[in-house]
Design a protein around this ligand. Structure first.
Ligand code: PBG
Length: 324
């Protein structure tokens, strides 16, 4: 059937028809909102390159979690700024580390809020790499044990799900084993299965003070040029026991999200990262784009590409818009 027998505009003529045939929907219960937690009291400090996103102290967490729940956002992912860093990233897994305390605070005061934790060492190492160093190289196998300890310490503090973002080989299996041995077999792993060595993480590294002090992350994070390799990475994580596969960043990698959606039956998450957020905010501030509309269109595109879950700094803003 071709024009004039078939007219696609028939089903676009009003908002009722458009609503009736809409293929993709955003929903606040599929957002995960990132929170940056720092030491101190009464701290609520806006991150300069991420307008609307704050570093907050532990005493502010319950209020923040309640606000999210009020908007229909039921999950947060935590990032910590420790007061001390060392070569081995010890602060990542100590019992009274910043994240462990943050988890306990949220689960004590707002137990309905699902707490996801980022499992990585870069915020806790003085050199800023995601693993420990041997001869100035990030040593894969030596790092695994520390990551497993970190994930376990999060579960012990009450985390509902752990999300390893370090990109070491074999970490999902190592973390799964450590959790299972300690009776945390019901804690899922959302692996950053496909994480690219991206330049879109800039504002996050300012926020979490975790830029590498030398070199870069290209020996562990993926080359942006590769897509077949994404399938291999995801396959490994599935075989090692991942429950959810994440792609990061999101918008520059919609093709990868779509591929994972087609190839795997596990839920797919996408991380709309700091640089992607900052670009929209900056252009909107200049009046060059309509920030709200671009936000909605962007998040919708991530959904349409195949993501079930979106980790986004826009979670609260988008949830408010969805309520209107
Ligand atoms: C930790 C981590 C990073 C991000 C999430 N977890 C930084 C990095 O890998 O350099 C980036 C998130 C963002 O940019 O919003 N490894």
């Amino acid at each position: 059937m071709v024009f004039p027998d078939y007219r696609p505009r028939r089903l676009r003529q009003n908002s009722t028809f458009r609503g009736l045939i809409r293929e993709t929907h955003l929903s606040a219960d599929q957002f995960i909102y990132p929170l940056f937690v720092q030491p101190g009291k009464n701290v609520r400090e806006e991150i300069p390159s991420m307008p609307g996103v704050f570093r907050i102290s532990i005493d502010q967490l319950a209020a923040e979690a309640k606000e999210c729940l009020g908007l229909g956002i039921r999950s947060v992912i935590l990032f910590g700024l420790p007061d001390k860093k060392d070569a081995m990233g010890t602060g990542a897994h100590i019992k009274d580390g910043i994240i462990q305390r943050a988890i306990r605070e949220i689960k004590n005061k707002v137990p309905e809020m699902m707490v996801v934790t980022d499992v990585c060492l870069c915020e806790y190492t003085d050199h800023g790499h995601c693993g420990c160093l041997i001869n100035q190289e990030v040593d894969n196998d030596a790092t695994l044990e520390i990551l497993a300890k970190t994930a376990l310490s999060h579960a012990q503090a009450g985390a509902d799900m752990v999300a390893p973002s370090d990109m070491m080989d074999g970490r999902v299996a190592e973390i799964r084993a450590a959790l299972d041995e300690n009776n945390f077999e019901m804690i899922p792993i959302m692996s950053y299965a496909v994480k690219y060595a991206s330049s879109f993480y800039g504002p996050f590294r300012d926020a979490a003070d975790c830029a590498p002090q030398f070199g870069d992350r290209r020996s562990y994070q993926m080359d942006p040029a590769n897509s077949r390799e994404a399938l291999r990475e995801a396959t490994l994580d599935v075989d090692e026991g991942a429950d959810i596969l994440m792609v990061k960043p999101a918008v520059a990698y919609l093709d990868i999200i779509s591929k994972l959606r087609d190839e795997f039956d596990l839920p797919v998450a996408a991380y709309h990262v700091s640089g992607e957020y900052a670009m929209i905010k900056a252009a909107a501030e200049k009046g060059w784009i309509d920030g709200e509309k671009v936000m909605a269109e962007t998040l919708l595109s991530i959904k349409r590409a195949g993501a079930d879950i979106i980790i986004t700094y826009f979670a609260k803003e988008m949830a408010k818009l969805l309520r209107k």
